[in-house]
Design a protein around this ligand. Structure first.
Ligand SMILES: Cc1ncc(COP(=O)(O)O)c(C=O)c1O
Length: 383
């Protein structure tokens, strides 16, 4: 029997800069008496992130969801957007709030990203965009999507909430598509408590985007667009500047933890890693496995419950599937028989604890629990 962890172990823990560095930032903000509305911290973070992500046209937001919504608005999209059901609710809720109808496309069983082979068959005269998600930081096959979009005159938007520093074919992930959203929520490797960014290919869209996030205000006596309040404030930006200093070190720790998981679980029957990349092209955002009940002996749900007895709290990420949300029931593309891969994998995926503070030893213990679980049910001799 493996001893349970003394303290609860969660899927992630936020990267927290030293208190004294946050205090220094707060002092600067207090002295400036400028708490929000694109102050010095905001400007500094925007500039630093642009360099960090190799993104020429970047705008900060108070969260990733509003960044995505404003991106959709700025592109002036109408009608239908083809997207994936295997994502966080925010992706499709942004479509709803932009008055775009989602058309759900099944997913690739290996990467869990939108299945590019199935996109073309869903294009209608109403389609104006493809909204892909780089799920768990794995890049969508962007060149195929871009070519398809060009052939049909569609816009391409990526939800890159998990893809901070992901690279594809040697290029930064935001180099693909018309725009890419990033989330800086506390659960993300780089966080600003809450926050997000939009990187756009066409820099001429930036003034509109920046106006939309500030109520559509164009000047002191001029409001020209129906905008919203989606500005990142100075405290968020100041904390983000300190967190950014810690990202490289955290990525190194996560890389070692990911190697440990892979080394200890790769041979366990019924466990499959979703994204086993340990190269620097990876975002090291989540550590996700798919559990095949027949081979492993336990269902994903049973493992999720059993791990709680060891003080380990995993997440069924993503579950439930967005296409099964009640308000989409009448949409023809939500029929489960049209989305067999997504419906099957939503029952199998499990996000395991993955953050630097877990340490290699913590990961080893979780692997040991999983290996023993497998052995107890199917009598394998892997230990
Ligand atoms: C895939 C995906 N899209 C969008 C979001 C929403 O981002 P935010 O929480 O910054 O609004 C998340 C948040 O976790 C996410 O995982």
């Amino acid at each position: 029997m493996v001893n349970p962890f003394k303290d609860p172990v969660f899927v992630t823990r936020p990267l927290l800069p030293p208190m004294h560095s946050v205090h220094k930032r707060l002092q600067q903000i207090w002295e400036s008496k400028w708490l929000t509305n694109i102050g010095a911290q905001h400007q500094e973070l925007e500039e630093q992130l642009g360099k960090y992500l190799q993104a020429r046209h970047l705008a900060l937001f108070n969260n990733g969801t509003l960044a995505l919504l404003i991106g959709l608005k700025a592109l002036g999209l109408t009608g239908e957007a083809i997207t994936t059901p295997f994502t966080f609710p925010a992706t499709v809720q942004a479509l709803d709030w932009a008055w775009l109808r989602p058309v759900f496309c099944d997913i690739d069983p290996d990467t869990l990203n939108i299945d590019v082979q199935k996109i073309e068959g869903l294009i209608t005269t109403e389609t104006t965009a493809i909204l892909g998600v780089h799920v768990f930081g794995s890049p969508c096959p962007a060149e195929t999507i871009d070519a398809l979009a060009a052939a049909y005159g569609l816009k391409v938007i990526y939800d890159g909430a998990h893809a901070f520093q992901s690279r594809y074919q040697g290029r930064p992930i935001s180099a693909f598509g018309d725009m890419t959203m990033f989330s800086f929520h506390a659960t993300k490797l780089f966080n600003t408590v809450e926050g997000g960014a939009l990187v756009v290919k066409d820099g001429s869209l930036l003034p509109t985007i920046n106006m939309l996030k500030n109520f559509g205000i164009a000047g002191s006596e001029e409001v020209v667009l129906s905008g919203i309040n989606a500005k990142m404030n100075e405290v968020q930006a100041g904390i983000g500047l300190e967190v950014l200093k810690m990202v490289a070190g955290e990525r190194e720790k996560r890389k070692e933890i990911k190697k440990t998981y892979i080394k200890n679980l790769a041979a366990v029957p019924g466990i499959r890693f979703i994204n086993d990349d340990i190269s620097d092209e990876n975002s090291f955002q989540y550590l996700v496995i798919a559990i095949d009940q027949e081979l492993f002996g336990w269902s994903r749900d049973a493992v999720h419950e059993e791990l709680k007895n060891y003080n380990v709290f995993t997440r069924k990420y993503f579950y439930p599937l967005c296409s099964n949300f009640p308000w989409y029931r009448s949409l023809p593309s939500t029929a489960p028989e049209l989305l067999p891969v997504a419906n099957q994998l939503a029952e199998q995926v499990l996000s395991l604890p993955f953050y630097g503070g877990l340490g290699v030893a913590g990961a080893q213990t979780i692997c040991e629990i999983l290996r023993r679980l497998c052995r107890t049910t199917i009598g394998s001799n892997i230990l």
